[in-house]
Design a protein around this ligand. Structure first.
Ligand code: SAH
Length: 349
């Protein structure tokens, strides 16, 4: 079967078999990628029109107990300048964001035990009280099901927890021995059961990734049926064990975005900051590959430059308003509109 046939089949049936995924991902051309991207843009248009959902990202702590080999805020990176935002700081970010038209706030951090269940629950409830019309997305890593439930009860709506890779041996290559894929998957299952809109995802071009492993990503995601999928290129950070590894490819990231859109027609799919860091027009190209979400940074400018997962991260000096205006211009330039909307997951039209 030719790759175009496989892409058409994916578009029609929203699935492929393992050997078909491997064939498609093992060898493809830029023309085939352009074909998939064209279909993905059509699929996104059918579901979302020319509307792009925006999420205000608040990176509230870069302390982390974990030691993921790829990540710049890993525990052993003694050069990272650590910070934590207080509840008042976080509420101020939301206030600014609300005035700018954000209706989703994404609270992201390292795995920082300082934000206990009690403290985090208070923060969530306070945001909900100030902004009852807004959605709250959490991205704080692994916690137990009881804590996830408490956050949900306090008003959290969505949870982002990238699985990072769907294969145990590859997971072990990217993480220290105390972290397991089984735990990650158990967290995703618990989050779904509780009723969150759930996001999984992986890095494109992480060390050791192969077409066969990428095939597993698609099979895993298809089975999980997430509401959101976060993918972006792996980018090296100079103070991590992966400092010398090459970054993930632009073309591959765009191709994978388009295939994810064809497999999951109504999924919420961001054009990530990592993609914008890899290429000056990365986020525009992401939208032109089927993505429908952007996540401008709402973190206070004083701490922006310290939440560095990888080198050369963009937008570390801009005020929230500049970040939003910049993305708005960028989206307008390719024929899309940012909308003031919670941007919840909805069934396929
Ligand atoms: N502690 C939270 C948030 C992690 S940071 C959690 O565990 O979910 C969010 C995502 O950034 C990670 O899931 C990872 O996929 C991505 N990331 C981390 N380091 C990266 C790097 N060097 N290049 C690209 N993406 C990276």
């Amino acid at each position: 079967m030719t790759n175009r046939t496989l892409i058409d089949q994916l578009n029609r049936n929203a699935c492929l078999l393992r050997h078909e995924w491997i064939a498609l991902l093992s060898s493809w051309t830029e023309e085939e990628s352009a074909y998939a991207r064209g279909l993905a843009v059509e699929a996104a248009r059918a579901q979302f029109g020319n509307q792009i959902y925006v999420r205000g990202l608040i990176e509230f702590s870069n302390y982390c107990k974990n030691n993921c080999l790829y990540c710049g805020i890993r525990r052993d990176n003694g050069k990272a300048v650590r910070y934590r935002l207080s509840q008042a700081d976080i509420l101020a970010c939301c206030q600014t964001g609300y005035a700018l038209g954000f209706r989703t706030f994404v609270l992201q951090s390292g795995e920082d035990a300082c934000y206990t269940e009690e403290r985090m629950t208070e923060i969530i409830a306070a945001i909900k009280k100030n902004h009852p019309d807004c959605a709250i997305t959490l991205s704080l890593g692994e916690r137990d099901a009881k804590t996830y439930q408490a956050f949900f009860d306090a008003g959290a709506d969505r949870y982002l927890l990238r699985h990072e890779t769907a294969t145990e041996t590859h997971y072990a290559r990217l993480h220290p021995p105390e972290m397991t894929l089984a735990t990650r998957k158990a967290c995703l299952t618990a989050l779904k059961q509780i009723g969150y809109q759930v996001g999984c995802g992986f890095m494109v071009g992480s060390p050791g990734q192969t077409p066969e492993l990428l095939a597993e990503e698609f099979l895993f995601i298809k089975a999980l049926e997430p509401h959101m999928i976060g993918i972006g290129p792996f980018l090296p950070h100079s103070d991590t064990p992966f400092h010398g590894e090459p970054p993930g490819g632009l073309e591959l990231t765009l191709f994978l975005l388009s295939l994810l859109r064809l497999m999951c027609k109504n999924v919420l799919l961001p054009a990530t900051t990592a993609l914008g860091t890899l290429h000056p027009l990365g986020r525009e190209l992401g939208i032109q590959s089927g993505a429908n979400v952007v996540m401008p940074n709402l973190s206070p400018v004083e701490v922006r430059g310290s939440y560095l997962l990888y080198d050369n991260k963009i937008c570390t000096g801009d005020e929230a308003a500049e970040c939003r205006a910049c993305l708005e211009r960028r989206m307008n330039s390719i024929g899309y509109q940012l909308v003031t909307d919670r941007g919840d997951w909805r069934p396929l039209r």
